[in-house]
Design a protein around this ligand. Structure first.
Ligand code: PEP
Length: 258
């Protein structure tokens, strides 16, 4: 069985301009140093707005900070007449390690469907960005009892036609829509059940090597107080954190608690 490094990724959404990003990253690096996390115990990443990425790159690379960073979205296209879009190639040139794909806010507010999510996932892979593929059900789907099929269906749709060899570093984030930014968290048992179902679906669609290596995160109102219980599950390899990642000391405390 592959050894999977815990990943704690902070999705800043549309918060922090580039000056605020610089100060937050500096404080986060100091706070993580003070927290003295055991070497190699986890990877911490920030996912700021596009306009912050150049500043974050300068700081992380210039000061050799032990932090990864990535983008909240990317274009399905590599270049051309796509006003307002950002190419995966540009993100890779900025040193991004990760790109979120299919976040529920993109699906809800920008109408991203399974085909677009797959195209963006392919674009990330083309540029050697690790996709953090976000999947998750609404409250209605969960109440009707169809959540396991619905969420594993989103995963299968996103991976359809993609060669298993391309999926080596895949990260999947299970983010129930009803838990994002609401303060409501899935129980550790519910999160663990979904992570196990997602890994089984990965095994079926992409084989053992991909399923064993893929990191499955939970996201949805994760805080320092609940993260340890959530990541204790065998199939959960970290967290995608929104609100609780915005403030450096709080995010560092969450990383230490995990
Ligand atoms: C998110 O935006 O991916 C998220 C999980 O947000 P929050 O932690 O605020 O629920």
């Amino acid at each position: 069985m592959a050894q999977r490094t815990l990943l704690l990724a902070g999705n800043w959404k549309m918060h922090h301009d580039h000056l605020e990003a610089i100060s937050t990253v500096q404080k986060l690096a100091w706070a993580l140093r003070d927290a003295r996390l055991p070497a190699g115990s986890c990877e911490v990443a920030v996912i700021p707005p596009f306009t912050d990425l150049r500043s974050v790159q300068t700081l992380v690379q210039g000061d050799k900070l032990d932090l990864a960073y990535g983008a909240q979205d990317l274009s399905a296209h590599d270049e051309g007449a796509y006003t307002g879009e950002v190419s995966g190639r540009f993100l890779a040139r900025l040193g991004c390690a990760y790109a979120l794909v299919g976040h529920s806010e993109r699906r809800a507010h920008h109408g991203e469907d399974d085909a677009q999510v797959r195209a963006k996932l392919e674009a990330a892979l083309r540029h050697e960005l690790v996709p953090i593929l976000c999947v998750g059900e609404s409250a209605e789907v969960r109440e009707a009892g169809g959540h396991l099929d619905y969420v594993t269906g989103q995963l299968r749709a996103a991976l359809e036609g993609i060669a298993a060899e391309a999926l080596g570093g895949l990260v999947v984030a299970y983010e129930p829509v009803w838990a994002i930014g609401t303060g409501a968290t899935a129980t550790a048992q519910d999160a663990a059940e979904m992570a196990t179902a997602l890994r089984a679906a990965l095994r079926e669609t992409a084989g053992d090597a991909v399923a064993d290596a893929a990191r499955i995160l939970y996201g949805g109102s994760v805080k320092a107080e609940n993260v340890a219980e959530i990541v204790a599950a065998e199939d959960i390899d970290g967290a995608l954190v929104g609100g609780a990642s915005l403030e450096a000391d709080g995010f560092a405390a969450l990383c230490a608690a995990a």
